[in-house]
Design a protein around this ligand. Structure first.
Ligand SMILES: Cc1ncc(COP(=O)(O)O)c(C=O)c1O
Length: 391
């Protein structure tokens, strides 16, 4: 089989080989600590599991959901956005249930790009932005996220020639993998630029509720004028530890939602209606159900940051997400560090380069395990640092 040219333009998916290698090591008796994928070890809330159990018994919820999906989920999503951000959305025309937000993020370019159109893809960043753009025949404009701009995408830097051709920009704050957050002033000028230039702003917001120390992450729609240009993606994956359930939604004004709905109606039939029913329960009780997870992540963050500093890494304490983005000394390439972490120490971390060349010089720790296990994992990583320095 000869794969398509489009497929050939995509790099290998960074997490693809990890599960197999991890299984091999475990089979050999290695005590593997997996700080790789953003998938915490704690379960979904028991009440949400119970809601799914009930919903699974309802025959009507075992039928095709189509894009309309479960009206309960649409209701709960807009009610949550009202409570959480003070925003009003129409549940039938301005919301679209997604099979996880990744699905919507990667299908969006099919709805808004013509072949050759430019889309701004932050790097390091979530792979669905690049994948969706390339598979839709668009041309990615890679923007490196670095400490220089506090990991913000400064669109003006791209220059007039490029700016004129951009149709889509992906932004993700609180950010994976850098854990950066976006100041309001930044969001205001970015929305203003997108309005001036007629650029669709895809605001990927799955970590908006994983915030610490009183920080509150906004919706892009809190910014004046955002409704003219933005589509926002939300997910139940991280807030409720429901990654495998595959449930999220997009919110935008009607024409954007209609376009994405049309794409999806040709390629999928929406999330399982029973999962949507349970998702509605989760959103209706979000504050109470999320609180223990957020408190636990905050403990893990403190344990991880403390252990990293003790082990000789320079690491800032982030105010959101479930990640630590850790700089490496210049003499250690991130892929080599990730390889040694796994093969010599039995610790899975993601090298920055796995998120694109722009991530070189860093590695990412996901706060997937409890504080003690995290400290042990970081202690092992410290040994690699010491042996590299000694060499
Ligand atoms: C930035 C970002 N966006 C989207 C997603 C996808 O989440 P979902 O499980 O809703 O597809 C992830 C998952 O890791 C992510 O990190």
């Amino acid at each position: 089989m000869r794969p398509s040219d489009r497929l050939g333009r995509l790099p290998g998916y960074p997490l693809a080989d990890l599960p197999a290698r991890k299984r091999e090591l475990i089979a050999k008796g290695v005590d593997v600590i997996d700080l790789g994928a953003g998938d915490a070890d704690y379960p979904p809330p028991a009440e949400v599991i119970e809601a799914l159990r009930r919903a699974a018994g309802e025959t009507a919820l075992s039928k095709y959901g189509f894009q309309q999906g479960n009206p309960e989920f649409r209701r709960a999503a807009v009610a949550w956005m009202q409570r959480r951000f003070g925003l009003t959305f129409d549940p039938t025309t301005e919301i679209l249930p997604l099979i996880g937000s990744k699905e919507g993020l990667s299908h969006l370019p099919l709805a808004v790009l013509n072949p050759g159109d430019l889309a701004v893809v932050p790097e390091p960043g979530y792979q669905a932005y690049l994948g969706g753009t390339v598979l839709a025949g668009g041309t990615p404009v890679i923007y490196p996220l670095t400490p220089r701009t506090r990991y913000l995408v400064e669109l003006e830097e791209l220059g007039e020639e490029t700016l004129r051709r951009i149709r889509l920009v992906y932004l993700n704050y609180p950010n994976n993998p850098t854990a950066a957050i976006a100041p309001r002033e930044y969001l205001e000028r970015t929305v203003a630029l997108c309005r001036r230039r007629d650029i669709v702003l895809a605001y990927d917001n799955p970590y908006c509720d994983l915030t610490f120390d009183g920080y509150r992450a906004p919706s892009i729609f809190e910014i004046d004028g955002a409704r003219e240009v933005a589509v926002e993606f939300f997910s139940l994956s991280k807030s409720f530890s429901m990654t495998g359930w595959r449930l999220g939604w997009a919110a935008a004004e009607r024409s954007l939602i209609t376009a994405l709905t049309r794409v999806k109606s040709y390629v999928d039939t929406g999330p399982w209606l029973a999962v949507q029913q349970a998702g509605a329960y989760a959103l209706d009780h979000a504050d109470r159900l999320m609180a223990p997870n957020v408190a636990e992540l905050s403990r893990r963050r403190d344990a991880g940051v403390g252990a990293l500093r003790e082990a000789g890494f320079a690491c800032e304490s982030p105010s959101a997400t479930m990640y630590l983005w850790v700089p490496l000394p210049a003499e250690i390439a991130s892929a080599e560090f990730g390889r040694r972490a796994l093969e010599q120490q039995g610790v899975v971390v993601l090298p920055g380069s796995a998120f694109g060349a722009g991530g070189e010089g860093f590695f990412r720790i996901a706060l997937t395990v409890g504080p003690d296990r995290l400290r042990e994992g970081v202690r092992r990583l410290g040994q690699i640092l010491r042996s590299s320095r000694a060499a």
